[in-house]
Design a protein around this ligand. Structure first.
Ligand SMILES: *Cc1c(COP(=O)(O)O)cnc(C)c1O
Length: 452
């Protein structure tokens, strides 16, 4: 399958090129030329399939023409070494927990898949002395840890993680600054948007590209964002199972998939909009989700676009949900493209919400008090937007995108209750921090890369 650029000025790319280049020559984002719908019988049997099987069937639609079935199955299985369970929080509201991976955030899924696909494409059999592949990644917190851990120890690949100095939590920081081996952390004196700009500029800089093979692992990479659609299918499969079980017990009916006629709503806490974009692809493939809610913190550029029809990026502001502090969400270009540049079409599938830090804190307290469920600041935006947005006859799920322990101090300050740290997170916190200081000036970053 070929990939085109959202800017329309670059040649079509193969999957290998789209994955290794990341960004198209015209600075556009790659989009698959076709989105293959899954057949009706797949959806009929979906509630009875395993997560691995569902994910493989979805992966096959995107990557099946370019990666042999055995390799693709292995990549999917190795990627999903943990579950993404759907948990009932209260009547009509479910939470898709995406924090059971190695770095306790949803980005583990895309990062693990991409590391394995990139390794597949740069395997020695096809290697013609092309040298080490360098992954450049800008992070506002969770991307860096997911990518660094996804690639840790993978031969032939070196990862540079750029992060804004003082703007990620100590717990997030230790997950990519303590690893060593093929992972280098670069501490930029600036914001996340500065980090993103440095990475984007490096990709289009000819001198750097002659000097070293570069690839991006940000959510703009098709190998990171497409696999995120796996867990939306799994969420719906779990929801159908649970809702039908309850309903059929009440009605004393045998299992009947048709009997669930409630509309399913999906609410995604959003920053760079890669995650929700994967969900929108899922809907195009036939996934029965009736509509989406994009939940923002105070960085509400997308929310304002929905209201006004005008997209006006601006510098991000720092919030409690810091992985969503994005002032110019990259994947807006993909959503815009997917809906044929139509504001009306976008609004018919997606609505928005935006919350202040105070509202996020209130929501964390309210949810814990009323349901016993401990949210993190990102999931809190999702929970609240779903709760406020759900209409009669609808049932919904929101994404819990990170474990509350990743924001331990914030969450404990808000609730006054201790948050337990999972063992795999505690292990990172015992490591030694190593990072390279950097200004936000591209000339400095360029000189640094050319010296490597
Ligand atoms: C990255 C991240 C988000 C935002 O996801 P996007 O795909 O950038 O919209 C939300 N929550 C957490 C915890 C994250 O790490």
């Amino acid at each position: 399958m070929n990939y085109y650029s959202t800017n329309g000025q670059a040649p079509l790319a193969t999957l290998e090129k789209a994955v290794t280049k990341g960004l198209a020559e015209d600075r556009g984002l790659y989009m698959p030329e076709r989105i293959k719908p899954l057949p009706k019988d797949f959806f009929d049997e979906m509630p009875n399939l395993s997560f691995h099987e569902i994910a493989y069937r979805v992966a096959d639609c995107f990557f099946g023409e370019d990666v042999p079935a055995d390799d693709l199955r292995r990549i999917v299985t190795e990627t999903l070494s943990f579950d993404c369970p759907l948990v009932k929080v209260e009547e009509g509201i479910y939470c898709l927990e995406l924090f059971h991976g190695p770095t306790l955030a949803f980005k583990d899924v895309g990062a693990r898949f991409m590391a394995r696909l990139l390794q597949y494409f740069s395997s020695p059999s096809e290697e013609t002395g092309r040298g080490v592949v360098n992954v450049l990644v800008a992070t506002s917190g969770d991307t860096g840890s997911a990518v660094a851990n996804g690639f840790l120890g993978v031969e032939g690949i070196h990862v540079y993680v750029l992060y804004p100095k003082g703007k990620v939590s100590p717990i997030q920081e230790c997950q990519f600054t303590t690893l060593g081996q093929n992972i280098t952390a670069v501490e930029v004196d600036g914001t996340f948007d500065d980090c993103q700009r440095l990475v984007k500029s490096a990709f289009v800089d000819e001198e750097i590209n002659v000097h070293m093979r570069l690839t991006s692992a940000n959510s703009i990479n098709v190998a990171r964002f497409l696999p995120q659609s796996f867990y939306y299918f799994w969420a719906v499969a779990q929801m159908l199972n649970e809702e039908l079980r309850v309903k059929n017990e009440e009605l004393k009916l045998p299992y009947q998939p048709e009997s669930l006629n409630r509309q399913i709503v999906c609410c995604v806490p959003s920053g760079n909009f890669g995650n929700i974009c994967s969900a929108l692809f899922g809907k195009r493939m036939g996934l029965p989700i009736s509509r989406f809610i994009a939940a923002n913190n105070r960085n509400s550029v997308f929310y304002e676009y929905l209201q006004s029809g005008e997209y006006r990026p601006r510098p991000s502001v720092a919030t409690l949900a810091n992985a969503m502090d994005v002032g110019d969400p990259s994947n807006f270009a993909r959503i815009y493209d997917l809906y044929g540049h139509s504001h009306e079409a976008i609004c018919s599938d997606i609505s928005g919400a935006t919350y202040t830090d105070e509202q996020i804190a209130d929501t964390i307290r309210q949810c814990l008090r009323d349901t016993g469920y401990q949210l993190d600041p990102h999931g809190a935006c999702g929970y609240r937007a779903l709760k406020e947005g759900l209409r009669p006859g609808e049932v919904g799920f929101f994404l819990e995108t990170a474990h509350p322990a990743k924001f331990k101090d914030t969450v404990e300050r808000i609730t006054g209750q201790p948050v337990e740290i999972p063992a795999r997170l505690a292990a990172f916190m015992r490591g030694q921090k190593q990072s390279t200081p950097m200004s936000k000036d591209f000339a400095d970053f360029k000189a640094y890369l050319l010296s490597m």
